[in-house]
Design a protein around this ligand. Structure first.
Ligand SMILES: [Zn+2]
Length: 117
């Protein structure tokens, strides 16, 4: 049984408020939970680290399951990709966020992106 290249997850964080020019972080990982945890505790990427340190909140807005790293590269190549990919325009309701809800507690359905608004 030939195994294809290992697949993983592509994910998109919405940074609120935007950190300088960056309102999103797009990443890829083999293991979603530990990687998201690393981001949320300031041990992920440089961008999420400094954004958290500046008091921004990270909201996980999209997950693509079972994709390889080239998928992330394709997304990053698209102009304005994160803003186009982010559903936060409809999801955003900062004043109604429950106090104890972590940023990972609401994960959009994996298939939601196929509907695209
Ligand atoms: Zn966004």
């Amino acid at each position: 049984m030939a195994r294809s290249k290992p697949k993983g997850y592509c994910y998109l964080f919405h940074i609120h408020p935007a950190y300088k020019h960056a309102a999103h972080y797009l990443g890829w990982t083999h293991e979603l939970a530990p990687r998201l945890n690393a981001h949320l505790t300031g041990q992920g990427a440089r961008l999420t680290q400094v954004a958290l340190a500046a008091g921004c909140s990270l909201t996980l807005v999209r997950i693509w399951k079972d994709v390889d790293r080239s998928f992330e590269r394709q997304l990053k190549k698209r102009k304005n990709a994160p803003a186009q990919l982010c559903p936060s325009v409809v999801l955003q309701s900062p004043s109604t966020r429950p106090a104890n809800s972590s940023t990972t507690s609401r994960i959009p359905d994996y298939d939601q992106h196929t509907q695209n608004h």
